[in-house]
Design a protein around this ligand. Structure first.
Ligand code: M6R
Length: 614
């Protein structure tokens, strides 16, 4: 989704802004632009459809001087991706420029009022309406830019993160947020704006996270000044973030996705670090220890999330029900939030999100919170909106995930869910001590087994080259590996654009079996399971119809191996931990197919990394 960068200080702004936009490219976008105030008092806006590279080329031989500027990558919502709809947008008199991430829901009614006042519009965007409204309010009430932004935002319905600069005010950037992410970086005599920390981290680790409906004035030589929309001053502590530049670079890999697949042993180790004591075979999650009574009293757990995080949540349902005997509802956040769900006192809602900024998950969380649920979040991005809105929770500590296709976020989310379920189960007495120790002992070995699974990469690359012809894929799994089948299918369609469906294996004969012929590749995720024999029967049904079987099995498998066209063998582990291993071959499969087909693996078409609009 849209990316925001801003700079004010003593350095030339343009190179910082362009580099920042490049660091935000992973979020997904279709056009880019920049606004700069030069020392002649001119406010220059340059913008173009396409990549940041095109913007750079477009700016060649243009005046890109100035020590204050704002820049943007746009992911189209209102109006198609083209030059005129790209941000920044000028106000009517071209004396104010604004960038925006979010959606102004009441933009049409504001636009009508402005048209009546003689304003004209060059774009189809809701953003242009906002900058025009700020100019209108500023001149009508004779306000400073800071005050005009506050006054305007009072009328705005919707979500926004904005950066605003003004021709006659070369010493100040105004920014604000509600529902869309925005971070302020604080350097030595300079300030930065970023949709996340990636464009800032090279310059400073000191940041301030704005809350919803807060407006900030970043003025040269002064301290950061934050107000709410009622003009009241708000104090924010400066937070030091732990993020290294190497975490957000490719480190020699051709794609972030491949780097992140191979990072999974390390990210799981980080996720378990300080929580899992390998010698004592004990797990200690402070969020759980501090709130164990909530889980003891819980009548129900509701898990909500989107995309890959929802698949991790489905595994959570199997885990909590098996080990804690607490009923779990799992629901896609966009449905949950609009369904008028029944939430009872004592319900626990677990929102799961890599970015912590997904609009639907955030809204689902707010809804459950307003109805009295206890919120226990699972998030990767520290300080994100979801992380800050929870009552308690556990960070996944996967490190920055840049590839649009989620990989290490998924396995760390599942790891957190495993640690939560077995800790709660032990406390509740629904998981006996010996079984607890067995699972925790096995979890201690899982990173070694993940590294063994990495050795399969070249074999899977070879298998992938066989299937680039396919227009459809089917993924089947049962139990803990049914969500893995869904995840494998999502990965493939996201980055290779091949249609893929995931099903519970036994559901196949209720319809999808009609699709099977000698051309159809079917990925069967069937490690050693309690109901392995049932999966064997499902595979026989495919074989009888000549489907091409790619099976993910446990080392030493006999029955499925005999029937499969291609067999990928993973190390043996506890059934509840198998998703941590079975998903890796599926990540490789989608990566290599997409790569062989020449797809843009890290920034697939139409997709955004962080979906901050509903
Ligand atoms: O940041 P979140 O985990 O909340 O994101 C949810 C989905 O948008 C995300 O998992 C998406 O499905 C990924 N592109 C999957 O690879």
């Amino acid at each position: 989704m849209c990316g925001i960068v801003g700079y004010i200080g003593s350095k030339e702004a343009f190179p910082i802004l362009i580099k920042g936009l490049k660091r935000l490219e992973y979020r997904g976008y279709d056009s880019a632009g920049v606004a700069l105030l030069n020392n002649k008092g001119e406010l220059n806006v340059y913008k173009t459809k396409g990549k940041v590279k095109s913007l750079e080329a477009y700016c060649n031989h243009k005046d890109t001087t100035g020590t204050i500027g704002i820049a943007h990558t746009r992911w189209a919502t209102h109006g198609e991706p083209n030059d005129k709809n790209a941000h920044p947008h000028y106000s009517q008199s071209e004396s104010i420029a604004l960038i925006h991430n979010g959606i102004i829901e009441n933009y049409l009614s504001i636009k009508k009022l402005l048209i009546r006042e003689g304003y004209t519009f060059k774009s189809d965007t809701d953003t242009e309406v906002l900058v025009q409204a700020i100019e209108y309010i500023k001149s009508r009430y004779d306000l400073s830019l800071f005050d005009a932004v506050k006054r305007t935002l009072k009328f705005v319905i919707g979500a926004y993160a904005i950066g605003v600069i003004e021709k006659n005010n070369p010493n100040c950037i105004i920014a604000a947020r509600k529902g869309s992410p925005l971070i302020i970086g604080i350097g030595e005599g300079e300030f930065f704006l970023g949709s996340d920390a990636t464009p800032i981290i090279e310059y400073t680790s000191d940041v301030v996270y704005l809350n919803d409906e807060e407006v900030v004035k970043l003025e040269r030589g002064k301290k950061i000044e934050v107000n709410n929309l009622n003009d009241e001053a708000v104090h924010h502590d400066i937070i030091t973030i732990k993020l290294e530049l190497c975490d957000i670079e490719k480190a020699g890999y051709p794609h972030f996705m491949l780097k992140e697949i191979f990072e999974q042993s390390r990210s799981l180790a980080m996720c378990m670090n300080g929580r899992l004591n390998m010698e004592l075979k004990e797990i200690k999650l402070s969020g759980i220890i501090n709130h164990i009574d909530k889980f003891r009293d819980a009548k129900r757990i509701i898990i909500t999330a989107c995309g890959t995080s929802w698949h991790a949540g489905l595994i959570g349902k199997y885990l909590f029900e098996e080990f804690c005997r607490i009923p779990v509802d799992i629901e896609v956040a966009s449905e949950f939030r609009y369904r008028d769900p029944v939430i009872n006192k004592g319900d626990i809602l677990i929102p799961i999100s890599q970015s912590g900024e997904t609009a639907d998950t955030l809204a689902a969380m707010d809804l459950a919170k307003s109805q009295g649920a206890f919120i226990y979040g699972i998030c990767n991005v520290v300080g994100s909106s979801i992380a800050r809105g929870t009552d308690s929770g556990t960070y996944t500590h996967a490190g920055p995930e840049i590839g649009v296709a989620s990989t290490k976020a998924f396995t760390t989310q599942v790891t957190v869910l495993i640690m939560m379920a077995v800790s709660i189960g032990r406390e509740l007495g629904t998981l006996c001590e010996s079984r607890y120790k067995q699972i925790v002992g096995e979890l201690s070995n899982i990173t070694t087994k993940i590294e063994e699974t990495f050795m399969l990469a070249s074999e899977i690359e070879r298998i992938s080259s066989v299937f680039t012809y396919a227009r459809n894929f089917m993924y089947l799994g049962r139990g803990y590996n049914y969500p893995v089948a869904l995840e494998g299918a999502l990965k493939l369609k996201e980055i290779s654009y091949i249609h893929a469906e995931g099903y519970p294996a036994a559901e196949m004969k209720h319809g999808p079996i009609a699709l099977i012929d000698e051309e159809m590749p079917i990925v069967v995720v069937s490690p050693k399971l309690k109901i392995y024999d049932k999966v064997v029967s499902n595979v026989q049904e495919i074989k009888a119809r000549k489907g091409k079987i790619i099976a993910i099995v446990t080392k030493g498998d006999v029955d499925i191996k005999k029937m499969a066209d291609f067999c990928i063998e993973i190390p043996d582990t506890e059934e509840c931990l198998t998703p941590l291993l079975t998903v890796i071959p599926l990540q490789f499969l989608s990566y290599y197919i997409a790569r062989i087909k020449g797809r843009d693996v890290d920034q697939p078409r139409n997709l955004a990394k962080s979906v901050t609009v509903e």
